[in-house]
Ligand binder design. Structure first.
Ligand SMILES: NC(=O)c1ccc[n+]([C@@H]2O[C@H](COP(=O)([O-])OP(=O)(O)OC[C@H]3O[C@@H](n4cnc5c(N)ncnc54)[C@H](O)[C@@H]3O)[C@@H](O)[C@H]2O)c1
Length: 408
């Protein structure tokens, strides 16, 4: 439960704060919050790096820099908090913000495990109370192209989705993985399935609905990492469609791609880090009436996928006191698929939707303690179990010395 009374945000300016003042905060959150400056005041920012937060506030004309999260939440009482820190801090910071009464807009990946996501959901308010809720940044769901295709699929005019491909084949060199926190379960949370492919998988799930089973393989082919650097998966959807999912960081010709063959048309999205209407293509099946095919092509005003597009919807939901998209069960679904992908690959089994709950080793950590994938004892992280994985410590327990206890 959160510690303060729900706030009425119907007709007043929203007080926003930013947690973590690195690349994505500067490049996406600050510009999006500023664009909605007619209804949002950015009142404060917090980072453990004092120099970074002072520079961020000076550049953004933000009045209150902090190096102590609890103090910022207490003194500034923000209504909305953008969380832009590495994923290992997302759960602890999201819960702290929710408990202070703030709504949260947290960067992907939501957090390193389903157990941590459970803790985030448990700290949310209710619609009866008007929130607060925690939405995950999945900006690829929010462009006009995705909206258009989602409604064509929902109304059934493209026919049943039958087979899909979901591809995040990117390239990262050895310098990229020379940064110590990258490629490690404890600090990055997962490999490209988690850190890179999550956007396209999230969009695929947003378009096709619930999945029922997954079979996957992972490889560590190029990089000196604990996690995988490539994965492939076969996914069956509740509606009957079958999909292949490929995530890699070793593909010189980089692309992000979704293709869905439906009974009456093939839908394709081809881009890299974001799309506009022109990146979508809808190819009608032979015999489709010209007028109908023309309607499918008309995506309306071009709203590119962006943080801003998601933020607009979030602010509307805050004012209405209703659960925003990409929060709760809707924000959890790509993390659940990724967890199942890892479990399937590391245990050589088919994993069914909903089977990973408390007591399952993959519920608390994505490597599940699996031999060959769990970190080696020599790295100082979790030991490799000699036998089949057993339950791992609960990462949702409060840390003994939160990183937020830095003197201001
Ligand atoms: N949505 C997208 O397309 C997208 C793109 C890039 C990154 N991201 C996500 O954004 C998050 C941040 O990535 P980034 O590239 O901005 O990283 P970054 O390293 O550039 O910035 C992280 C910031 O967090 C600060 N920080 C670290 N630990 C902290 C703590 N405990 N408390 C407060 N501040 C702390 C660092 O000092 C740094 O300023 C990650 O989850 C990443 O996956 C999302």
């Amino acid at each position: 439960m959160f510690a303060t009374s729900p706030r009425n945000l119907t007709d007043r300016r929203i007080r926003a704060a930013v947690i973590g003042t690195g690349q994505i905060a500067k490049g996406a959150h600050l510009p999006a919050l500023r664009t909605l400056g007619d209804e949002i005041d950015i009142v404060a920012a917090f980072d453990i790096d004092e120099e970074a937060v002072r520079a961020f506030c000076a550049d953004g004309d933000i009045p209150h820099p902090y190096t102590d999260l609890a103090r910022m939440l207490d003194e500034q009482r923000p209504d909305l908090v953008s969380i832009c820190t590495p994923p290992v801090f997302h759960r602890e910071q999201t819960v702290a913000a929710l408990r202070s009464g703030a709504w949260v807009w947290c960067e992907k990946p939501p957090c390193p495990s389903l157990a941590e996501f459970d803790a985030i959901e448990a700290a949310e308010g209710t619609e009866a109370d008007g929130g607060p809720f925690a939405a995950i940044v999945f900006q690829h769901r929010f462009g006009s192209g995705a909206d258009h295709v989602r409604s064509l699929l929902a109304e059934g005019s493209l026919g049943r989705p039958l087979v899909a491909h979901c591809q995040t084949t990117w390239y990262r060199d050895t310098d990229y993985y020379a940064v110590p926190w990258r490629g490690r379960w404890a600090s990055e949370g997962g490999g490209p399935a988690m850190g890179h492919g999550i956007h396209q998988m999230d969009l695929l799930l947003d378009l096709l609905g619930p999945w029922s089973e997954v079979r996957a393989m992972t490889g560590r082919l190029v990089h000196d990492v604990e996690t995988e650097d490539v994965s492939t998966a076969l996914v069956r959807f509740d509606g009957g469609a079958l999909a292949t999912v490929v995530n890699s960081v070793l593909s010189p010709d980089e692309v992000s791609r979704i293709r869905i063959d439906c009974e009456r048309a093939t839908v394709e999205l081809t881009h890299l880090y974001g799309y506009g209407n022109d990146d979508w293509r809808i190819t009608p099946a032979p015999g489709t009436a010209t007028a109908e095919a023309a309607r499918w092509q008309d995506m309306g005003e071009n709203v590119p996928s962006s943080h801003l597009a998601q933020l607009r919807g979030l602010v509307t939901d805050m004012r209405a006191g209703r659960r925003p998209r990409s929060s709760g069960a809707d924000g959890r679904k790509s993390l659940e698929l990724i967890t199942a992908l890892y479990k399937s690959a590391f245990t050589d089994t088919t994993v069914r939707a909903g089977e990973i709950g408390p007591g399952d080793p993959f519920h608390t950590v994505l490597h599940g303690g699996a031999p060959g994938w769990a970190p080696d004892a020599a790295t100082g992280d979790a030991p490799v179990p000699a036998q089949a994985p057993t339950a791992t410590p609960d990462p949702t327990a409060e840390p003994a010395a939160p990183a937020t206890e830095i003197p201001a």
